[in-house]
Design a protein around this ligand. Structure first.
Ligand code: NA7
Length: 484
């Protein structure tokens, strides 16, 4: 006997779609996905900039239950990934569960269930809430003085303006995270002048990109084990495990290997010694999220491209003025300045039992028990929430494992044996303490700025091995939770 339950999922990006498919597969039909945007896809909807590519191999960035034969290349372009999610939504029949253009503004636990308020003032309620609200969608737009005076087009990379002509124009790209690097690589041959404003240099991991042919795709279609060989194969997973052991042990041979690869890439790819020094970081490789690129250094050496390492003073009507007085005339400015990755479900107000308030709880740093749940917030779960694994690997895989963990926690509720579940305060406090201590020693905490760090400079990430994560998700420790 199972008790009929109502679920609300917040967000129809990668994690929310996963939750919907899993709920449907489990026989649940009383659920709604509230999506603030007009279409699905989360970060793959928000980002449409030229050159947008996922840095996880395409066949590894898919749901385990939806292999996909049609990728055009080893690393897929963003538009194909968005189309893949659209296809999954239709193939698995979850589109009718999505309410678009409907932002959730508040979730309040009333002692029995979650009262959910929507932006238009309407209300809904649910036994269980899944916050699949994503990480990379609150844009970070630094305040540059004079920005509004710019006579040309200026926009954030995640608010791409398709009406703006780039060919033959003078384009400035501010920021050189994965986004800035991909945009500059894509525009190097299109712009008349392309200035890449780099506040801190980045290590670039060389990777091979290649197109799949029609024959390749036919072979993938005919035989799914050919997809599995990539998705589950040693080449990808061996790389993930080596990368992961490097992250958590900066003195490991695996870290040494990453550093050597990045340094050799810089030495061998950049011919002009002055440019090479401009592009050489003074912090360790993988401290910031590693940038995977097969062609950025070539782009940086293209005739139309220059790397600007000075500090920006202000934006003027005709371009960018540097602190040293240099002026760069520009037609278009792209702010590839990243996201406020510490927001998670905020600004949605979440109030749990006995006055528990998410804003207050996350005042110093966002956290969640094993990245998934919080004491004081019964039946409230997060996918890709704070302190989960981040790095150059598939967050789809991470979300799937988190879902398996949540599914085990709610089993007694589905069975009608209890109504609520939440982690104990003591268990979460212990997790937090151990996590913070371990996170300080990872490569992310080795001395650089990045979106992985909390406001105290501690990495807000899973600091243990990938296998420890798999194990933790596979079998929740029952004594860390209370069922009510
Ligand atoms: P990132 O990786 O957060 O990069 C943001 C970039 O913007 C980075 O180079 C910053 O320099 C730069 N930045 C931010 N503020 C400023 C100001 N005020 N002046 C100059 N430069 C600035 O964001 P991305 O969008 O590239 O990538 C986010 C993730 O999306 C990526 O890791 C993938 O997971 C996908 P800094 O390094 O802080 O000196």
């Amino acid at each position: 006997m199972t008790r009929p339950l109502r679920f609300i999922v917040i967000g129809a990006g990668m994690s929310g779609i996963l939750a919907a498919v899993r709920l449907k597969q489990a026989g649940q039909s009383n659920f709604t996905l509230y999506e603030k945007g007009a279409s699905i896809g989360g970060t793959w909807r928000e980002n449409r900039y030229p050159g947008l590519t996922c840095d996880v191999p395409a066949h590894c960035y898919t749901y385990s239950f939806a292999p996909h034969a049609e990728w055009s290349a080893f690393y897929a372009p963003g538009a194909e990934i968005k189309a893949y999610f659209e296809k999954v939504v239709d193939d698995f029949g979850v589109r009718d569960f999505i309410r678009f253009n409907t932002e959730v503004t508040a979730c309040v636990w009333d002692g029995e269930c979650w009262r959910v308020t929507l932006a238009d003032g309407a209300e809904d309620s649910a036994d269980i809430v899944i916050a699949a609200s994503g990480v990379l969608h609150h844009v970070n737009e630094p305040v540059f003085s004079g920005k509004d005076s710019f006579a040309g087009a200026i926009f954030h990379s995640a608010r791409w303006d398709d009406s703006v002509v780039l060919d033959g124009k003078r384009v400035g790209v501010i920021g050189n995270g994965s986004t800035g690097v991909q945009i500059v690589t894509a525009l190097a041959e299109r712009a008349e002048r392309l200035l890449h404003f780099q506040r801190s240099p980045q290590w670039i991991m060389p990777v091979q990109q290649f197109a799949y042919s029609d024959e390749d795709r036919a072979a993938f279609r005919a035989d799914v084990t050919k997809i599995d060989a990539i998705r589950l194969g040693d080449e990808y997973w061996g790389g993930i495990r080596r990368f992961n052991s490097a992250i958590i042990d900066p003195d490991s041979p695996a870290m040494q290997e990453i550093e050597n690869l990045c340094r050799r890439n810089l030495e061998e790819s950049v011919r002009d010694p002055a440019l090479r020094e401009k592009l050489r970081p003074d912090y360790r490789a993988a401290c910031k999220r590693l940038i995977y690129s097969w062609s950025y250094y070539e782009a940086a050496q293209a005739a139309a491209v220059s790397i600007e390492t000075g500090s920006i003073d202000r934006i003027e009507p005709q371009g960018i003025r540097m602190i040293d007085g240099t002026f760069h005339p520009l037609d278009v400015i792209v702010l590839a300045t990243g996201f406020r990755a510490d927001r998670f479900i905020r600004p949605t107000k979440v109030k749990g039992a006995d006055g528990a308030d998410l804003d207050a709880l996350w005042k110093d740093r966002p956290t969640a028990h094993y990245a998934v749940a919080l004491p004081g917030f019964p039946n409230f779960f997060m996918l890709n929430g704070p302190t989960g694994p981040v790095g150059n690997f598939s967050l789809i895989d991470i979300a799937e494992q988190q879902w398996a963990y949540i599914a085990q926690l709610i089993k007694p509720i589905l069975a009608g044996k209890s109504r609520t579940v939440q982690p104990t305060k003591a268990a979460h406090a212990d997790y937090d303490r151990r996590r913070i201590e371990a996170a300080r020693g990872t490569i992310f905490g080795s001395g650089c700025s990045s979106w992985y760090l909390d406001k105290d400079g501690v990495p807000l990430t899973w600091p243990w091995s990938y296998d420890a994560f798999v194990q933790a998700m596979a079998s929740p420790e029952i004594d860390q939770f209370v069922w009510g």
